[in-house]
Ligand binder design. Structure first.
Ligand code: NAP
Length: 306
């Protein structure tokens, strides 16, 4: 029997015309090691996806490049036909090579092909949300997003894509994409220790655009910091719980997509993210990167010169 959905921490957010839970799920960790090949435990991967939806999660992040194709096929096997409430976000702009690298593939024909592959592996006629991925896992890289985003906007006009977002981008690339078509979300790397986007998050919040931090727990290198451990110990919580609760409290436009291959971790993360952090907790956590003070002073500087 499917368990009744838990009240997910963070409430909901509107991605275009689709309301999603702010607590979502990132499916990249379901593929094999280095995001290549099938998972070691196929049934466990299926169980994580079904549990995520049973817990009430309505936002799952994926990519045809995970596996490649494997993660999308697992999502289809576990959840198709998809509940109307579920939004599956995918991304295009990179493929995989035989060494497990992520070569960029952003020419119009590459993008059309990747969109087509996502449609096929997910088993849908239109994709809920496609992120145009520009940089790589290390961060954004310079270069024009315009032609690539125009290609996705054409596919959106044809009804093949419902909503568009951008990923691994600079603030300038976000602005350029928005000149082409509405952007409902920005997916960049951001967490307690990696806060280069503090200012961008505030700007997007002001414009009603979601910010979806990838690697919210540190990705392949889990977050570790003395201040994080100290706050977690004081609250009798795990560092992961504190890291997720901090993101939910950081800004209402932040949507979580923590990754895990384990049902136990999925449940721990859902429960843990409902922690309430005090002003003192947040001030201590800000010392990990100096991020908030940098953001605040940058905002103040900008406002005073505008
Ligand atoms: N746009 C992009 O370029 C890009 C890049 C990277 C990721 N993403 C997306 O962002 C999502 C999240 O990022 P991510 O998966 O890289 O990193 P993450 O969510 O920061 O961390 C995932 C790691 O944390 C571990 N973990 C999760 N919950 C845990 C818990 N309660 N206790 C202990 N360990 C725990 C997982 O291991 P277990 O499996 O053992 O739980 C996994 O190794 C991805 O799944 C993907 O959808 C996008």
């Amino acid at each position: 029997m499917t368990p009744a959905p838990t009240a997910l921490p963070g409430g909901t957010w509107n991605l275009g015309d689709h309301t999603v839970t702010r607590f979502g799920y990132g499916a990249m960790q379901l593929a094999g090691p280095s995001v290549i090949g099938p998972p070691a435990d196929h049934d466990a991967a299926i169980a994580v996806l079904r549990n995520a939806v049973a817990q009430g999660i309505t936002h799952i992040d994926t990519s045809e490049a995970y596996g490649p194709r494997i993660t999308n096929e697992l999502i289809r096997e576990a959840l198709h036909p998809y509940p109307a409430s579920l939004l599956i976000a995918t991304k295009v702009g990179a493929t995989r090579d035989t060494e497990g690298g992520w070569p960029t593939a952003r020419r119009p024909d590459d993008l059309r092909q990747q969109v087509h592959e996502n449609l096929e592996s997910l088993g849908v006629k239109s994709l809920d949300l496609v992120n145009m991925r520009m940089g790589d896992a290390t961060g954004p890289s310079p270069g024009s997003i315009t032609e690539a985003f125009e290609t996705l906007a054409e596919l959106q006009e044809q009804g093949v894509i419902r909503h568009l977002g951008v990923s691994n981008v600079t603030a300038e690339q976000v602005a350029d994409a928005r000149e082409v078509a509405p952007v409902v979300c920005v997916q960049n790397m951001y967490n307690l220790a990696h806060r280069h986007d503090d200012l961008l998050i505030d700007d997007l919040a002001a414009d009603g655009i979601a910010y979806v931090p990838f690697s919210p727990l540190g990705g392949f290198a889990p977050l570790q910091a003395a201040a994080l451990s100290a706050v977690a110990t004081r609250l009798n919580a795990t560092p992961m719980a504190v890291a997720l609760a901090w993101l939910l409290q950081r800004s209402a436009n932040i949507l979580l997509i923590p990754g895990t291959s384990k049902v136990t971790h999925l449940r721990e993360n859902i429960t843990g993210a409902s922690l309430t952090l005090s002003a003192q907790d947040v001030a201590e956590l800000d010392r990990i990167s100096g991020g908030m003070s940098r953001s605040s002073s940058a905002v103040l500087r900008r406002r005073s010169t505008s």
